[in-house]
Design a protein around this ligand. Structure first.
Ligand code: NAD
Length: 468
């Protein structure tokens, strides 16, 4: 049984009641986490507020050195953190699984450590000098989802620290254990109160909602569903919080008539099925030109049918179970509906426990639930089109706008189509390949603001203009 206490003010917080955390591969209890309420949240915010005074007063070099030490700590504990992720999240240790997630967390932490926001001189002449300074905000509240628990926490925490803020992080009740351990590890090299964690089961008390409304939290960085993101925005209004909202997506891929099916099959598969499709910027709808539709379906199914699915602790597994019952039921419902409307090319029936095999359904259209809703699971709808203009229109006909992709042998033609897709990131001949040096965020209902790179770092600051 994995049991970590919550670190508040550099110390383990007293543990009252706890809630169970299940291993999605077996259904067994793998550990438990503290079930915290308003008093614990207030205590965490108070220590983070107190720690902000000296943390934010440090010079830039000291902040950078502290972030480098945090990065080294995550790297030192990579194997342990990967194992906890596999046990609570379900993704395999192997493949694009938990070891890969920790590799990403280290890469992001390292890159963010190296970023800076130097003073900008806007004017320096006989009329005067004007400088633009970036000031930390105070206490940052980070609320994370269950799909990439450590990597997303690192995306939130490192830029906050790098810019001189202090943090309270709240993981999803489905995957709290890796975050509890991550914060414990970070506290080995940070002053007390700089990074704190609170956990709860979202039943007795709505911790995320309380954070979003808390008067002493200056900003919420939230990654999760659109519906919860809207609630965060509402709760944050009264205290005029800064917000970064990274929300759901329903990313479209468009395969142009000149694409080579054999060459793109592997990229299409991983674009859609990375982390079992439980990825914000996974490809969730695929539009294929009628002239190569059957060849693309055949190549994709040929690649997908050989992917081993199983318990993530087994090195042979490349995909694991769906993370939780709610998500499993959603995928089951959407696939059952799609079966009535289209043709199942692979999978299509729920497996044992929370296992759901990679599923590909052709013959679907906009308006079908598997096309219109974010499935967030291992089921890809394929839509046949005859005219590229029509494909662009159908791809953009969504309230979401996180990512998109175009697949073609002609990069110039693909870029033209890409520029017309209504989304924050667009890829050619790949999907979902995010990097720490490129800003990432959604348009329309997929969110507000960006993460990563200088643009993402700046979101943890307010501007102060100095007229000298
Ligand atoms: P979710 O919205 O159910 O939960 C996210 C977090 O919000 C959890 O920590 C939860 O406890 C907390 N929460 C619940 N109620 C709250 C409230 N009223 N106020 C504040 N916080 C509250 O999302 P999820 O199911 O954990 O994650 C899946 C969703 O996240 C998908 O829609 C996916 O696309 C999205 N996502 C987006 C990105 C991105 O970068 N855009 C990345 C990963 C996941």
């Amino acid at each position: 049984m994995i049991e970590f206490s919550a670190t508040i003010g550099g110390k383990p917080a007293p543990v009252g009641s706890v809630f169970p955390v299940l291993n999605p591969a077996t259904g067994e209890e793998v550990g438990c986490a503290p079930n915290m309420g308003a008093a614990e949240l207030d205590a965490a915010v108070a220590v983070a507020k107190a720690a902000f005074v000296s943390w934010s007063a440090q010079g830039d070099e000291a902040l950078q050195a502290a972030c480098a030490a945090v990065t080294a700590k995550i790297e030192e504990h990579a194997a342990e953190l990967a194992e906890i992720i596999t046990l609570e999240q379900g993704k395999p240790l192997n493949g694009l699984g938990s070891r890969w997630e920790i590799g990403g967390a280290v890469a992001w932490a390292g890159y963010t450590t190296g970023l800076s926001l130097p003073v900008k001189v806007l004017q320096d002449n006989t009329q005067g000098r004007i400088e633009l300074h970036r000031k930390p905000l105070g206490v940052i509240g980070s609320i994370t989802p269950w799909n990439f628990p450590v990597m997303i926490a690192v995306w939130h925490i490192l830029p906050a620290l790098r810019t001189g803020n202090t943090v309270i992080v709240k993981p999803s009740p489905f995957t709290p254990l890796s975050t509890l351990r991550l914060v414990e590890i970070m506290n080995e090299v940070l002053p007390p109160g700089v990074v704190n964690v609170v956990t709860g089961d979202d039943k007795a008390f709505n911790l995320g909602g309380a954070m979003s409304a808390h008067p002493d939290i200056a900003k919420i960085v939230f990654t999760g569903s659109c519906a919860t993101g809207q609630k965060v925005m509402q709760s944050a209004a009264a205290t005029m919080k800064r917000l970064t909202l990274e929300l759901g997506g329903n990313d479209a891929g468009i395969v142009l008539p000149d694409a080579d099916p054999a060459k793109i099959a592997e990229g299409l598969f991983w674009g859609a099925f990375i982390n079992n499709g439980q990825t914000c910027a996974a490809m969730k709808r695929l539009y294929v030109h009628e002239s190569i539709h059957d060849a693309v379906c055949e190549a994709l199914v040929g690649y997908a049918k050989n992917i081993p699915v199983g318990n993530g602790m087994d090195e042979a597994s490349i995909l694991g179970p769906v993370q939780n019952r709610m998500q499993f039921d959603k995928v089951s419902r959407l696939v059952a509906d799609a079966k009535e409307r289209g043709k199942v090319l692979l999978g299509g029936a729920p497996g044992e426990g929370l296992f759901f095999p990679p599923t590909i359904v052709s013959g679907l259209r906009n308006g079908d639930a598997l096309v219109d809703e974010e499935q967030f699971g291992p089921a890809l709808p394929i839509i046949r089109y005859s005219d590229v203009e029509e494909a662009i229109r159908l791809a953009n006909d969504s309230p979401n706008g996180l990512g998109g992709s175009v697949w073609s042998s002609d990069i110039k033609a693909a870029k033209k189509v890409a520029s017309r897709m209504a989304c924050g990131s667009v890829w050619i001949n790949k999907h979902g390949a995010i990097q720490p040096n490129a800003p990432f965020g959604g348009v329309k209902a997929s969110g507000v603001g960006v993460e990563f790179a200088e643009e993402g770092l700046a979101e943890y600051t307010d501007i102060q203009v100095v007229f000298a």
